[in-house]
Design a protein around this ligand. Sequence first.
Ligand code: SF4
Length: 228
Amino acid sequence: MSFSEDDFLPISALQHFAFCPRQCALIHLENLWDENRLTAEGRSMHEKAHESQTESRPGMRVAHSLRLHSFRLGLVGQADVVEFHKVPNESACGICLENIAGRWLPFLVEYKHGSPKKNHCDIIQLCAQALCLEEMLGVTIEKGALFYGRPRRRHEVIFNNELRRETEDLTVKLHEFFAVGRTPSAGYEKKCDSCSLFAHCIPKVTGKRKNIQAYLAGAKIINEEDDK
Ligand code: SF4
């Protein structure tokens, strides 16, 4: 299947969807966004990563803010940093860069605030970026890295078959989710405490309200049966 550009969805939506479908709907369907300490830290790290467009280091070229897309997955986004590592000329992996001698292997780095999350959402986002870049450059990218603010360290991510499949499956679900266009109800979980939309979502209240509605619906059925 191949998507048209009109149907592209943001890679950031995939990350939000992997974190919490309700958060994804609130941001991307209802256009809600709220900045908390964590998102402010994240924004500042992203701005730093995007400061210069390209730079050169020994054995490496670095591109910032590279636009990404995939017609196969129907995704569009931007990479914080793509490092191109020099590989031997005779190497089968890697690509040629315009006006630069040698062969180069892309390596994605995504900057994140805070510490590594318990769920997979950042890893899924990075893998989606890699799948986009692979399609754009016709190259296989085996690994990338997430750089977290606390502690300030890179965490290498291997794009194995399982992660690729998980990312692709979630992308299919994301397109279905947008096609339906409905915001799911809340359910409080530990991760809600760090969610930038906590105040809008009020998961402890809206989750309870749902339970009350379920209770009332059940009570109505019992009453109707009593009336028979
Ligand atoms: S507060 Fe919790 S349920 Fe609500 S959007 Fe955030 S993560 Fe999802």
